[in-house]
Design a protein around this ligand. Sequence first.
Ligand SMILES: [Zn+2]
Length: 498
Amino acid sequence: MKKLLYPLLAAVALTLLVSCTGSSDVPADLSIVPNPVSMLVGGRGAKASATVRTQVDATLAPEEYVLTIRKGKISITGGSEAGIFWGMQTLAQIQAQCGKKLPGVVIQDKPAFSYRGAHLDCCRHFFTVDEVKQYLDIMALHKLNVFHWHLTEDQGWRAEIKQYPKLTEVGSVRAETLVGHYGSDQYDGTPYGGFYTQDDMREIVRYAADRHITVIPEIEMPGHASAALASYPELGCRGANYPYKVQTTWGIFPEVLCAGNPETITFLENVLDEICDIFPSEYIHIGGDEAPREEWEKCPKCQALMKKMGFKREAELQSYINNVIEQYLAGKDRKIIGWDEILDGGVSQSATVMSWRGAKGGIAAAKMGNDVVMTPNSHFYFDYYQTKGREANGEPLAIGGYLPLSKCYEYDPFDQLGDAEKAHIKGIQANLWTEYIATFDHVQHMILPRIAALAEIAWNPEGRTEYDAFVGRIEKGLLPIYDVRGYKYADYAFKGIE
Ligand SMILES: [Zn+2]
């Protein structure tokens, strides 16, 4: 296999011409997303119905693949089963464009980043196991390999924890939900809830693994904890008698876990025991974002801990929690990843930082020698509007912002970084917060096709084409698949609406 392939790659000129029908008098016009590192077209192709022969070649990078369609045969060689799987996705794009007769082609590709993520907030709105599976299918089609599953929030705790049944009995249901945009002060009067059983979560982990996707669960601490506190109020600075509630509107709430209460640490460790049992991922996401410290300033337990530890700032209490939890998880061979606020009170060298407030947190972390996943809201917050005209263009209500496909495609993950720091950028990720996204059709509208831009940067940031050519490749390479699968993608970019 290899003997045949590499001389071919080296020897055949890139000017060979071919068409989808396999004749050699029409220029090749194969559209693939992401744009492969190397693509050769020419010679006799194969029927789409030909058996696909696969093999692993450990001399390739783990996720690298070589897809060969020649002389009636189709073969995919991967550095691992994952590489073969990504090659299959490319084959699907060729089949979608070319139908029954496939052109002669040799495509070799490998991802630039080992972490290519998509996040889904299942707390502000709940999505069923089947819908989460569809999300994973969309990720697989775009060759993304990390699903960041946001499971706990102010507005709902979604993960069954057997030692703490009230988390789902109480914490998974809010009394009602805000109607319209933040500040509307109108509520729908209808209880809203849902959660995943441990069997559900295991099923998702398996389904993802079948698609070479790792699931990273996120358990938020110490903020975004209203649902946990409504279930177990003794874990809050205001104590067991305070009427904490599962929040019914959006935003940042002052109620956080009490850092000075040893029971808080016990709670988190027990929760993480069960989470680690379900999720085999190396990383566990500990949140860490948007945790106000005003309650810690007034809480006798938190202040006593500060005095005992010699802390000068409340931010150090958050670092304290991070460090205790990091050490606990290290005992289970796990690592922590958290939002860029975990840098505030000082962060250990071994923590990985997810930069969301633009890229600056990630740049700072990389300069300090920490590993980074870039998820800047400037380019990868897919809950933002996609056009300037917003609702006038038919866009559904969104949180705000303005992030057209063209802007996603501009993102440079290495901006402002030197060579030593670039090595710390482990990957990139899109985030989908769902305050204003109540249905899975709407989820699809927000991520498709913007997720294709993320995929292209994650696989081949150097090989990005002109934006118009990229849009053309989505139209030819991906839209036929979106259509067959019935995906409800946004079409602004294809109509030239920005
Ligand atoms: Zn406290």
